[in-house]
Ligand binder design. Structure first.
Ligand code: TXA
Ligand code: MG
Length: 304
């Protein structure tokens, strides 16, 4: 069973485990990641084995200093530079053209790579002390709800990893916004806490158009319709709809959106822990952080 470690000693153990080629649970401000040293091909392979994730689904590389992007990417666009200047450290992942040095095990064979600089101080310290970026998908079993506490990671992957570094409950609670910056007009591939409004504002009226491709078939591999899924059946409602009174619990996600995002996956896990078969969910309006919350809930409810 994985050990939960913390503090200075926990950081030391985490870095030592990464150096030995192990995969570890690592806190970020969005969700917990399952991290491996990007220099170690067999450690990268372990990520896919532990998650049960197809090797064609690419991973996000996590860095601790914006300069590390230069070693991973070529031809970084002006729009991309503007986004990372204002959003890093933070919940923004950029897709950029990969340098030939980036392992194709990370990119799933593509010539683009996803990179982000997380805001969590423990993630930054581990990456700095290791002296290398880490590749990390969310630390959940493939298709399951992402973990937002060290305990969640142990519940999902505890039998298959040695340790989880405890960084407390994640501040954001939903995965990073992904923006494809390899195109002339950047495209949001996944909604997150950096909102479309903020991205448009950063790029300015003179900047390129920003496309949203998060409804309909996604171009981000691995983002199938039913994802982030609990076992409970979720029935979604807009916030001006009358709610049925059938005794099923009602989860309101239409106000205090920062709090809603922070607690969203814990709520979904609780439904399953209490063996609740059906719950009604009131969606937030589609703006700001509401996009990300709607997206995750729609995926969690799909296909049932
Ligand atoms: O907040 C987050 O981003 C978290 C924390 C741990 O940092 N990580 C995360 O990773 O959500 P993951 O693997 O669950 O989701 C990464 C997504 C993949 O589903 C994939 O579609 C997309 O990033 N992605 C990665 N590389 C890509 C690429 N080269 N082109 C298009 N999409 C890519
Ligand atoms: Mg994931």
């Amino acid at each position: 069973m994985a050990r939960i470690v913390s503090g200075t000693e926990g950081i030391r153990e985490t870095v030592a485990a990464l150096r030995r080629g192990e995969v570890v649970g690592l806190p970020t401000e969005t969700v917990y990641g399952l991290a491996a040293d990007i220099r170690n091909e067999s450690a990268l392979k372990k990520i896919f084995e532990v998650k049960g994730r197809p090797t064609s689904h690419p991973l996000i590389v996590h860095i601790a200093d914006p300069e590390q992007l230069r070693e991973l990417a070529i031809n970084v666009s002006a729009a991309c530079e503007a986004l990372i200047r204002l959003c890093w450290p933070g919940p923004l992942t950029v897709i950029v053209t990969a340098s030939p040095r980036v392992s194709r095990a990370i990119t799933g064979g593509r010539d683009s790579v996803a990179v982000r600089l997380p805001a969590h101080p423990l993630a930054q310290t581990v990456i700095r002390d290791l002296g290398s970026p880490v590749a990390a998908p969310s630390a959940n079993r493939f298709g399951h709800v992402s973990p937002t506490t060290a305990q969640h990671v142990v519940e999902d992957l505890g039998n298959d990893i040695g340790l989880v570094l405890d960084g407390g409950a994640c501040d954001v609670g939903v995965e990073s916004t992904i923006v494809d910056c390899t195109l002339t007009s950047p495209e949001i591939l996944r909604h997150g806490a950096i909102t479309p409004e903020e991205i448009r504002q950063i790029l300015g009226p003179q900047g390129p158009e920003v496309a949203l491709t998060t409804s309909g078939p996604s171009r981000a591999p691995g983002m199938m319709e039913r994802h982030y899924a609990p076992r409970a059946k979720l029935v979604l409602h807009e916030n001006d709809e009358p709610l049925p009174s059938d005794g099923a619990p009602i989860i309101r996600c239409d106000s205090n959106l920062v709090e809603v995002a922070r607690g969203l996956y814990d709520q979904l896990r609780h439904l399953d822990a209490r063996h609740i078969p059906v719950a009604h969910v009131v969606l937030p309006a589609p703006s700001g952080l509401g996009y990300a919350i709607r997206d995750r809930l729609t995926k969690a409810a799909a296909g049932l």
